[in-house]
Structure formats: C-alpha cells, structure tokens
Design a protein around this ligand. Structure first.
Ligand SMILES: Cc1cc2nc3c(=O)[nH]c(=O)nc-3n(C[C@H](O)[C@H](O)[C@H](O)COP(=O)(O)OP(=O)(O)OC[C@H]3O[C@@H](n4cnc5c(N)ncnc54)[C@H](O)[C@@H]3O)c2cc1C
Length: 385
C-alpha cells in the first residue's frame, strides 16, 4: 500500500485546504473548534458556500451537482473539511435522501428536490426509528394507507435529529401490514413537515441540549406522488441509504483536530507528564490505524458501493471519538465540572464544554446502527463467523 499522496492528490488536498480555510467564515469554524453547538443559520450558510463551489455533494451523480472524483479525492475532501473545522454538509440531505432520490426518484422528484436538497433550501429530517423499531427497524408501525391520490399517515417516529429545523422528513411507513415478511410491507415517503397533523416534540438530552425529537403523525395527508420508488420497496431503499450512511463515518479528521487542540489547551508542561504523554500516544496510534483502514476501504470501494469494512470504521471511529472526549475531561480536571459557568468565570471555555461534549458523544456508538450491530455485521460479512 502506498502511503504517500501522488502529486495530483497532494495538489487537490492543497486546493481543498485553501478553500475551506479561506472561504468558510472564521466565526463558523471557531464554533466548531470550540466544540460548541452550531446554529441552523451557520449550518445553512456553510453548506451554501460549499454548494456554490461544487463542494457540498461530490458523491452525487454529476448531472445533479456531484463531482467525478476518485474515492480518494472524496476522502481527502472529507478529511480536510474536518481538519479546517468546517461543518460537514447536512448528512440527511447530502448522504441520505439526496442519493436516494437520485437513484430511485422520478424525474419530477429529482428536479423538484435535488437542487434544493444540495443547497439546503430544504432541511431534511430522517424518520426511520420508532419506539421498538431501532435496531429492529423492520418492526416499524407508522402506517400509510392509500386513499385516492393520497396516503394518510398515522404513527410516531423518535430520535429525529434536528427535527425542529426540518422542512421535510423522509419516512419509512408501513403500507402493507399483511405482508408475510415484515420487510416487504414498507415504503419510503417524503412528507412536508408543515402538513396539518405533523407535530415535533423535543427530547432533552443528557448534555442539556435539544438535538433530538419525537415526530407524531395524525391523519397526515401526503400526495401519493411523494412516494419514492414503488410501494412496498422501502426496505431496499432503506438498505441503500443506510449503506451510504456508513461511508465516510470514520471521523479521523475531527479526532485529529480535537487531539491537536487538546495539546494546545493544556500546554507543554502537562504534555511532559509521562501518563498524559502515554495516553496521547495510545490514541494517536489507534488513530493512525483507523486512518490506514479508512484509506484501505476507500481504495476498495467499487462503483461507489460501501465496503463491508465501513462497519469497522463506524465501530472504531465512534470509540476513538469517545476516548478523546474522555481524555479531554481528564485534562480539564475539576474544571470539567464547571459546564454551567459563564464566560466571565476563570475556567477556560474548552474545560467548560469538556463534560457536555463527553456526554453528547455517548450517542456516537448508538446512532447510525449501534456498535453491537456493527460487531455482528463484522462477524458475519468480514470474519465469516
Ligand atoms: C443521538 C441520536 C440521534 C438519532 N437520530 C436519528 C434520526 O435522526 N432519525 C432516525 O430515524 N433515527 C435516529 N436515531 C436512532 C438510532 O438509529 C437508533 O437509536 C439505533 O438504531 C438503535 O436503536 P434503539 O435506540 O431502538 O435501540 P435498541 O435497538 O432497542 O437497542 C438497545 C441496545 O440493545 C442492543 N441490541 C439491539 N439488538 C441487538 C442484537 N441483535 N444483538 C446485540 N445487541 C443488540 C443495542 O446495540 C443497544 O445497545 C438516533 C439515535 C440517537 C441516539
């Protein structure tokens, strides 16, 4: 395996680095660097800047704004964005519903939705999970019953990330409760969240933030034209989407960045402590292994299809994110208890956000398919157990 970038790829990396560090406003990048919550406006502004330069949805088909890049170029784009503290394009739009509409949508759906999705004119939410239908997603119950040219939707979704900002939601719904296999009775429906009967209710998280929601549907009437693919084809589409979701999941750039910042935050003297140095070295070694694995996966992804090893990236990537957040809490020491203190306190900002960031990152091993499920995929498809 070659560990050095070719001259062209190195030039490409330089181009990305220059764009990200000069074109995306410093205030947005500072928010990411400080590990603080981004506002909706910041996320939208950043994505629109990327989209105007053709850098928001490079994985899409070229006719809809994608780039004919190699998998390695996409990897470099992704890494450099994270290193430069640029918010990644909204995953619901860029890596979930966009590719689905491009692959399964009608021409009209593509024309209506894809440009607005790339530019974040529409903010999408993901309506997959339900109480009792998370890992066992095929057990979902939210029902859509055909009535003339419309579906009538009733049910509940949960854990809907940033649903409070959502304009539209892509929902898995049960269209055939009689199907022999429960996977066979599911459809993929696009729902305007301003339709009467849609209600978003906040869920408060352990870090005090409002990041996830419940979404309730009561007699919500949805045009049948908003069905993506055929009726009852939703499970195939969901598998396609979830496969894409696991591409680019190894947050190597983000972990590197937090590690580098952590060194600046604590200073030379602390870094000379042998226990601290050993901890940094252990994480850096794991990070290097993850980076090499990510590059191997990139090199072996054919036709844009996710390699099964992407489950390894999800597993190790989330563990490393959590480990670094744990290290930062330890480095902050008693300061990590001061998350409620204001800017006028003597505790530096990085120490004040250490505990909320640590708590928030517990989610990384659950969403996008829990790590236990990833281990099963690895056992079955990679190790052949
Ligand atoms: C912060 C956050 C944001 C999310 N955002 C969204 C979103 O925007 N849209 C959306 O649709 N969903 C979202 N989710 C839902 C997420 O996809 C599910 O939480 C996840 O799939 C796990 O499902 P569950 O919560 O029902 O847990 P369960 O499936 O009930 O699992 C509970 C525990 O049992 C383990 N387990 C379950 N089955 C097995 C098994 N077969 N073998 C071994 N262990 C098992 C799990 O790994 C877990 O530890 C989000 C979740 C979180 C935490």
């Amino acid at each position: 395996m070659r560990l050095e970038l070719s001259a062209e790829d190195a030039a490409f990396r330089e181009e990305m680095r220059t764009f990200f560090t000069t074109q995306v406003p410093q205030s947005i990048r500072d928010t990411v660097a400080a590990r603080e919550e981004l506002s909706k406006e910041q996320i939208v502004e950043s994505q629109r800047i990327l989209n105007a330069a053709g850098l928001a949805v490079p994985g899409w088909p070229v006719e809809w704004g994608g780039q004919d890049w190699t998998p390695l170029q996409r990897h470099i784009w992704h890494e450099e964005m994270q290193s430069a503290c640029v918010p990644l394009p909204l995953a619901f739009n860029a890596s979930m519903v966009g590719p689905v509409i491009a692959a399964y949508g009608t021409q009209e759906q593509k024309e209506t939705f894809l440009p607005q999705t790339a530019n974040l004119d529409i903010w999408w939410s993901q309506g997959f999970s339900e109480p009792d239908a998370g890992s066992d997603l095929a057990g979902l119950r939210c029902a859509a019953v055909r009535d003339g040219d419309e579906y009538v939707v009733n049910g509940q979704k949960t854990w809907t990330t940033l649903g409070q900002y959502g304009d539209w939601i892509f929902n898995l719904v049960r269209t055939n409760p009689e199907a022999e296999k429960k996977q066979a009775g599911i459809s993929f429906l696009l729902i305007d969240m301003t339709t009467p009967g849609v209600e978003v209710r906040p869920i408060e998280l352990i870090d005090g933030g409002h990041e996830v929601n419940e979404v309730w549907f009561t007699d919500v009437r949805v045009p049948a034209a908003n069905l993506v693919g055929a009726e009852n084809q939703g499970w195939d589409i969901a598998k396609f989407l979830l496969g894409n979701e696991r591409v680019g999941v190894a947050p190597v750039g983000a972990v590197k960045r937090v590690l580098a910042h952590a060194k600046e935050w604590v200073g030379e003297e602390t870094l000379r402590d042998p226990l601290v140095a050993a901890r940094f070295a252990a994480i850096e070694n794991e990070l290097l292994a993850l980076e090499l694995t990510a590059l191997r996966v990139v090199a072996h992804s054919a036709d844009g299809k996710p390699h099964p090893a992407s489950s390894v990236l999800k597993l190790k990537g989330s563990e490393l994110q959590q480990e670094v957040s744990d290290l930062v809490v330890e480095l902050a020491g008693p300061g990590s208890l001061a998350s409620g203190a204001g800017d006028d306190s003597g505790v530096p900002g990085w120490a004040r956000v250490a505990t909320p960031a640590y708590l928030n990152l517990r989610k990384a091993s659950i969403y996008g398919g829990s790590n236990e499920i990833q281990r099963q995929i690895i056992a079955r498809t990679i190790l052949g157990l």
